[in-house]
Design a protein around this ligand. Structure first.
Ligand code: MOS
Length: 722
């Protein structure tokens, strides 16, 4: 039985008392050797006897309806088995998020590249050939493919606190700036893939997904079957970044085709497919207004934005999220407009909101500091509010001031000097900084822990999307049960196991970590019973259990398996306290005065993100985010054809993520540890998305400092820099 624990009050810091010495250490991933030796089984590696290969056929119009397909022309191709046009495969809004059916039956086309059919063949090559040759007939409709070109848009009522207009009127110093950021791709290393197989009215789907508890329900809803008839397997996921939060068209198509053909069907997207029809991050147009007194107290903050999505989609990039809690003011106002366009659906991409909103906000802060003649670090230190400016909640913990000071100290910020003054030959050198912030959550999650002797097993349908879940759940369990981590086996990514939060929104470690902690805690109590002592008198270390007057090896004490399951969910602490990771990014760049080329020379980020469960995987997360920040600042831009909206940058040659040569060797991360008692019983905060939040702004601000000239349109390509 799984008890549900609701996070209503701060919990004891048990992980600081257990003393096994495993928690927080930079332990290597237990799954690492399997991954680097090619033995980890990713979706497309799952070997299934008699598998057929499916390739998605994608729309070549931007809006309209499919009226017919010339099937005869491709059915004669050697090896082609079927062309499937089930209406459940044709995607209508809204895209699946957290348990809704991602695909409503229909025949409508909403954007260029939308999946409309699946060709199934004996080989991938035959299926691809047929998919390319298939002639599709459409009824076309006019469609706007850019936010500028559309007349269909919705503007929300402003979210406000205090009186922004009055504060803005009265402000002594003002900046009123417009920024744009382009669409971005999640560009996970592993392309989206699914293999489906039916047996006795139930379907098993291997698919590369982040949140399989939700994905299972999405698939059941789409197929019109009961969730108990669906099993999803995702033991290894090669990155997600939001693009695998919801069930994808490849999984739906594979399930339908497999049922129809009575054999397993594999659908592996090509890289181009992924860019065409897996969600993108919306482009944004942002207007940031900051008003302040002469001495640098911010009095007015407004951050208005326009983003885009398909008509009917529920998601909109929450651009102003960080602007609502980072700095205080007498008046704050935030208004969002969603432009309805015919383009690849927009969804969550790593740190939705903060990742792009902080590019505008933190660049505007830099310009305000300049206008005030104030140091940018000082401006931020002067404007940290006592409470959440919008809803009055307390901050659970916030070491932003420490991060800013430590960062400035360690980076040599004092040597920065005036803008446009430092040169090395043809290169202009500049330093910039920005705050980092990313709100942190606890999502309902369950885990089971079993212990026999001194061997433990953790079971949950949680995923490891490259973040280190296998490592941290082993560490939590080992720490709680006094075991070395090699004695803990972690089983993930199977929807038949207890349902976890999944990986998303930086809540995975908080949530699945907490449910695993609680299940292990129950096992501790059972061990105390076996030993005949109170839980408080129990010490579990080095594979031994010690009570007041007994000391036994677990191998002797726990002869029959102990099993415990626990569920955690958010409660009252989330209502009274606002939890967020905070940090400060510092960057030094060199800008070539003739070509406008920007080289990032070094970066330092100081972060406080609750308890660090594993110093190595946490650092990797932070570095990955900072590197994406470099990409956002300098190169990343998804481009769509202005006529029909089709994606032009459809691979990693055209869509420029930072390569090794773009990333300096000198990338430093410092953690200022803290315990977030209000967040969860393991006192953690989300880590995955803090690194990217604000990072690009530090680079942009460094460019402005180097050249004396600010760029307002991301990315800062050479022609914009000079
Ligand atoms: Mo994240 S963008 O919620 O995977």
């Amino acid at each position: 039985m799984s008890d549900t624990f609701t996070m209503d009050s701060p919990q004891p810091r048990l992980l600081d008392q257990t003393g096994q010495g495993v928690i927080g250490t930079p332990m290597n991933r237990p799954d690492g050797p399997r991954k680097v030796s090619g033995q980890a089984c990713y979706t497309a590696d799952a070997v299934t006897e008699g598998v057929a290969h499916g390739v998605l056929v994608r729309s070549t119009i931007s809006r309209g309806r499919v009226t017919g397909m010339d099937l005869a022309s491709v059915m004669s191709i050697d090896g082609v088995i079927d062309v499937i046009t089930d209406p459940r495969m044709i995607r209508n809004p809204a895209q699946g998020m957290a348990g809704e059916a991602p695909v409503q039956p229909g025949d409508a086309v909403h954007y260029h590249g939308q999946p409309i059919a699946l060709v199934v063949a004996e080989s991938f090559e035959a299926a691809r050939d047929a998919a390319q040759r298939l002639t599709v007939h459409y009824e076309t409709e006019e469609a706007s493919v850019t936010p500028e070109g559309t007349s269909a848009s919705e503007t929300d009522d402003p979210e406000t606190a205090g009186d922004f207009d009055a504060a803005w009127q009265a402000a002594e110093v003002k900046v009123d700036l417009n920024f744009t950021t382009p669409s971005q791709a999640a560009a996970a290393m592993e392309p989206h893939a699914a293999i489906a197989e039916w047996k006795d009215n139930s379907v098993t789907v291997h698919s590369s997904l982040q949140m399989i508890r939700f994905n299972k329900k999405e698939l059941a809803d789409t197929l019109g079957i009961d969730p108990s008839q669906v099993r999803i397997l995702a033991p290894f996921v090669g990155g997600g970044f939001g693009s695998k939060l919801g069930l994808g068209p490849e999984a739906v198509a594979a399930a339908i085709a497999s049922q129809r053909l009575g054999r397993p069907v594999r659908v592996v997207m090509t890289r181009q497919n992924v860019f065409d029809c897996v969600l993108r991050r919306s482009e944004t147009a942002q207007r940031v207004r900051l008003g302040a007194t002469q001495d640098g107290r911010i009095t007015a903050i407004s951050h208005d934005d326009t983003v885009s999505n398909l008509d009917g989609e529920g998601f909109s990039e929450p651009v102003s999220q960080a602007s609502q809690f980072l700095y205080g003011a007498d008046g704050l106002s935030f208004t969002q407009t969603v432009a309805r366009i015919a383009a690849t659906p927009a969804g969550s991409v790593r740190a939705p909101g903060e990742a792009v909103g902080m590019l505008g906000l933190e660049a505007a802060m830099d310009e305000l500091a300049e206008r005030l003649g104030m140091d940018p670090v000082e401006l931020r230190l002067k404007n940290l509010p006592d409470k959440h400016p919008m809803d009055g909640r307390e901050y659970s913990t916030r070491r932003l001031a420490d991060c800013l000071r430590e960062g400035a100290e360690n980076f040599g910020w004092a040597q920065r000097g005036a803008a446009g003054m430092r040169r090395e030959g043809d290169w202009m050198i500049g330093m910039g900084m920005a705050s980092a912030a990313r709100s942190s959550m606890l999502v309902k999650s369950a885990s089971r822990v079993r212990l026999t002797g001194d061997r433990a097993v953790v079971e949950t349908d949680m995923t490891d999307i490259g973040t280190g879940t296998y490592a941290i759940l082993a560490q939590i369990t080992a720490e709680m049960l006094g075991l070395s981590p090699e004695r803990v086996e972690v089983r993930l990514g199977d929807s038949d196991l207890p349902g976890a939060s999944g990986s998303g929104g930086s809540f995975g470690a908080n949530s699945a970590g907490s449910s695993t902690f609680l299940a292990a805690r129950k096992i501790r109590r059972r061990i105390a019973d076996l030993l005949g002592c109170a839980e408080d008198d129990l010490t579990l270390q080095g594979g031994r259990a010690r009570g007041l007057n007994r000391d036994m090896a677990l191998a002797d004490l726990v002869q029959e398996e102990l099993e415990a399951e626990a569920t955690i969910k958010a409660g009252k602490t989330a209502e009274s306290h606002f939890s967020s990771g905070f940090g400060a990014h510092f960057a030094e760049v060199a800008v070539n005065e003739w070509t406008g080329e920007v080289r990032v020379r070094r970066m330092l980020s100081v972060m406080s993100m609750g308890r660090i469960l594993n110093e190595k995987t946490a650092r990797s997360q932070a570095l990955g985010g900072m590197i994406w920040g470099i990409g956002a600042a300098l190169t990343e831009e998804m481009q769509n054809d202005q006529r029909d909206g089709h994606v032009v940058t459809r691979d990693l040659a055209n869509y420029h993520v930072p390569s090794h040569a773009d990333v300096p060797g000198d990338m430093q991360v410092l953690f200022l540890e803290e315990r977030d008692d209000w967040a969860n019983p393991i006192q953690t905060k989300g880590i995955g998305e803090l690194g990217i939040s604000g990072a690009g702004a530090a680079v942009l601000n460094a460019i402005a400092h180097a050249t004396g000239h600010r760029v307002y349109d991301f990315p800062a390509l050479p022609d914009r820099v000079i």
